[in-house]
Design a protein around this ligand. Sequence first.
Ligand code: IVH
Length: 682
Amino acid sequence: MDLQQARKRVSELTAQLNEHNHRYYVLAQPSISDYEYDMLMEELIGLEADFPELLDPNSPSQRVGGEVTRKFPVVKHKYPMMSLGNTYSKEEIEDFDQRIRKAIGDDFEYVCELKFDGVAIGITYRNRAMLRAVTRGDGTQGDEVTTNIKTIRSLPLTLPKEGLPDEFEVRGEVFLPHKSFLKINKEKAAHEEEPFANPRNAAAGSLKMQDSALVARRGLDCFIYGLFSEEPAFATHYESLQALRERGFKVSEFIKRCSTLEEVFLYIETMEQLRPELPFDIDGVVIKVNNYMQQEELGYTAKSPRWAIAYKFKAERVATRLLDVIYQVGRTGAVTPVAVLKPVAVAGTTVKRASLYNADRMAELDLHKLDEVFVEKGGDIIPKIVGVNGAVRPANAHKIEFASHCPECGAELVRVEGEAAHYCPNSEHCPPQILGKIEHFISRKAMDVETLGQGRIEILMSNKLVRNFADLYDLQYKQLLGLEKTLTDPVTQKTKKISFREKTVENILNALEQSKQVPFERVLFALGIRLLGETMARKLARHFGNIDALMNAGFEELNGIHEVGEKMAQSILDYFNDPEHQEIIERLKKAGLQFSTEKDAPTGNGKLEGSTLVVSGVFSKYSRDEIKAQIEKHGGKVTGSVSSKTTFLVAGENMGPEKRKKAEELGVMIISEEELESIINQ
Ligand code: IVH
């Protein structure tokens, strides 16, 4: 393909991908399968790699992220980002309405909108392409987070020819849909990290991540609620929003023009009722005067416009009694205290339990058994205890201390210095942890034996047929047929009957048989080694080629591999040093699972073949990880510390003095990043 043909194809693919993006993320009406979409994207990425001159910064390929921003530049807002006057009462809305009528008379209308609970963003478009995106900051200036914002698929990167000014800014709210929020917190829990308290914090945290590829995976979204340009493009706010929607922006469908206060109140009530069903958080509604000239006439106070007001929903708060605190043990062994409450209705559902997060939170609340506690179901999805009514504490109430032993297996709990969570250290024999390990083992991205499902594993465990995942491969048809049990969900108290009929048993045994073909990288991931995710498992599988080579690797070798940090290296070592794990692996090998794969061949020029390099310090041109990746690509080996086997020490700024001293003592050559580059490019 020559350049001209490539240009034509890139432009076709760009148009198609933009169209499919809009259909999927804005209209929720996809017309092709995910697979077909991925194929188009792959073709575009391939062409852009072959013809770098065709890579447009607003190409749909840029959505997947990849660029790393070390420090977000501070940018001054062209139009200050003001805040809104807040109210919780209808009387104050009546006052607001009176003030407006006094200033501009009765001939006007309002636009009512949802007040999204996320992070404000201002996005400038110039010549029909996204130029920059800036956070609110202090209202006058904010952080430029364009690369991260480009990963939000519901935001257009380029615009159609007609209908909007050459340069304009849209304002909107970046948010995390509940589904994405729950997924992130689940992943955080699996990595033993502190979960985000609510979707807003998670959205704010995601926007400030340095690696845009990680932001792309978070699933952020953005509603647009405002348009700014030098010359107003439309007469009213409502028209602006319609125009933006028609040109591909995601504008909420719950926008309503109201000409009376009654209509405004009806909108508020309707939205308050709708709130629990929305797939994202809102914390109120915003009421704006529609006409731009009337907005100008009303003007601004120092902080907020006089033509708009936010009515905030009260987080519904109710009092109830704390009956007990129980402890849930997760798949990773993290122990979460859960309050058992006298059932009470909050925001449309009956609440019987509330998370207490951790020991610090419990101590802060100074919880006593039988206390009257206040429960809130506000912006957060999970009900929480926000306070204790100390004044009515019963005389016999006694303070609740955090559990000292695991409620499931009796092991003494541990708490790592500086961490909020308590853990049950009995990872191999504590039932929920075993269950968690098996669930992970059979999950879709691991061995993909999901026909076994959670309820079924519990039955196998309670019948003592399965104690670890190696036991799965010893299961026999006869043992399984006819097993059954009624399971009760501990939180909802719902029951379901699970039984192993002929077809089920056949399906399970077939799926287990098929799982023996699952490639090594997924088997490695399935083992559930702490901190070892899917991507790193793939990398290690390809690096070592087989399980024995990986099991024989020492700390230095592991730590030297690009992206394997000290904690992960230690976790891998600990895992394989455990005789129980060694036995499980032996049994899995005997069962016929895949424990080897093709090793990665370096695709570079091999200039560093046979060399061992140590990389230390901070570099100006590349990140340390990029340098390590380059070394490995060209056949070199990276290790963590300098020894007589080291060929080069690649030194950046602020390199550890110990490393330099050792290199000098051993006569190891110290080189800069530029020198490394010229060795590779020689
Ligand atoms: S208009 C000058 N409309 O609420 C008025 N703001 O204090 C600018 N927000 O952080 C705001 N939904 O990000 C407007 N439909 C909506 C909104 C909205 C959420 C946020 C906004 C800002 C805060 C205002």
